[in-house]
Design a protein around this ligand. Structure first.
Ligand SMILES: *Cc1c(COP(=O)(O)O)cnc(C)c1O
Length: 391
């Protein structure tokens, strides 16, 4: 199929939920994607932070193919060695005690919300069910995770949403004003991704951690975007030094397959009992085999060091571009504020010049595969420089 054929069928068949760039990608290698017309693109998006190991990583593809050829799915009524291996690796690597596996970031957050409410109901009473999230946050597209999302644009048309959410500014004044005896949890992203690549102030996070501990309010960290090495540590909380009670992980965890994980500390390990929660596809062995390869590769000091190095390298290159006013973010999760023009215009122009970039609010957003090479970064930045100079 050529591009026009793909576009026609797409427009006739899908609900029109996505505004797409006029490109149909059909293969890729490393940080290079190839479209139906044979053009190549340097990919600074990794499918919104999903393809941690890049396109068609040979070892990842082999692990997935091998599992698919032996046992593609079992229900959670049975044990499975591939799934338990991943669960153990993920708990040990992240420093958490237990995990629930689902299929997406939103589902991981749904589990976190249910877990927090059940814990509070049992320890503080049934009316302790309120969750404070941050203004400008993004937690997913289900009715409850939309309620958790502190951006009104996502709420319209879908009311009424799940009750019990309040939105605070990322300051202790605001958080304390929004919490009361009915608050069971505060939910944060250490770096707001969709909100515009905005890292939280470390002093705020530290004070929030102490406040939550004092009040026995659970701290939930949505690391769906920041997790699995993205910011230069396996999980971003390690750099803030404030460990959450519940952590969610998704996007980059499967290396390209759908997975969502909700992790919790030891004291919460027994809260979600039998039949309290479940997922048909959760802990699917093919997905787990892919995630195992991702974790085994990403979770080494040497690999994480390369993420920090490449992140600093890309950041310095972006900062040197005259049309870029400010670069923010951590590791390989970066956002660039442009001097003029919109991020959407710039992203569209980049595609024409063979570069895939994301936007978040008003910034250009960069989430390259963690395995991107220096040559690929150089080539991508060259294409970006050319594009911004032309605008
Ligand atoms: C992408 C994202 C989600 C939603 O993940 P899905 O897999 O699309 O459900 C939730 N939280 C954050 C921080 C995200 O970046």
């Amino acid at each position: 199929m050529n591009f026009e054929e793909v576009r026609k069928i797409d427009e006739e068949s899908f609900m029109p939920t996505y505004g797409r760039f006029p490109v149909a990608l059909c293969s890729g290698h490393g940080a290079v994607a190839v479209d139906t017309e044979g053009r190549d693109y340097i990919d600074f998006t990794s499918g919104i932070g999903v393809n941690s190991l890049g396109y068609s990583d040979p070892k990842w593809a082999q692990a997935v193919a091998k599992q698919a050829a032996s046992l593609q799915h079992v229900s959670n009524l049975y044990y499975n060695p591939t799934a338990v291996k991943l669960a153990k690796t993920l708990c040990e690597a992240s420093g958490f005690s237990r995990v629930f596996l689902g299929n997406s970031g939103a589902e991981a957050n749904e589990c976190a919300i249910k877990l927090a409410r059940k814990y509070a109901a049992e320890t503080k009473g049934a009316t302790c069910d309120k969750i404070v999230t941050l203004v400008n946050s993004f937690h997913g597209r289900t009715v409850t995770t939309l309620a958790a999302t502190g951006q009104e644009v996502f709420h319209q048309y879908f009311l009424p949403l799940t009750e019990g959410f309040a939105y605070a500014e990322p300051t202790m004044e605001s958080v304390t004003a929004k919490t009361d005896e009915h608050t069971c949890a505060v939910m944060i992203e250490y770096v707001q991704g969709e909100g515009g690549v905005l890292p939280l102030d470390p002093a705020f996070v530290k004070a929030l951690g102490e406040y939550c501990r004092e009040k026995d309010i659970l701290l939930i960290a949505d690391e769906v975007q920041t997790g699995v090495g993205r910011t230069g540590s396996l999980y971003c909380w390690e750099q803030y030094g404030v460990k959450p009670d519940i952590l969610t992980s998704a996007k980059g965890l499967g290396g390209g397959l759908p997975i969502g994980a909700c992790l919790c500390t030891e004291r919460l390990s027994q809260v979600m009992g039998k039949s309290m929660h479940g997922s048909t596809f959760g802990a699917n062995p093919v997905v787990c085999a892919g995630a195992q390869e991702v974790l085994d590769r990403v979770n080494t000091p040497a690999f994480l060091e390369t993420v920090r190095e490449k992140g600093a390298y890309l950041r310095a290159k972006l900062e040197a571009i005259p049309q870029i006013e400010e670069v923010r973010g951590m590791g390989m999760m970066l956002g660039a504020v442009l001097q003029k023009g919109t991020a959407a215009e710039a992203a569209s122009a980049c595609v024409k010049n063979g570069l895939l970039v994301l936007t978040a609010k008003t910034v250009l957003r960069f989430l390259p595969p963690l395995t991107i090479t220096q040559e690929e970064i150089d080539k991508g930045v060259e294409r970006l420089e050319k594009t911004l100079a032309e605008l």
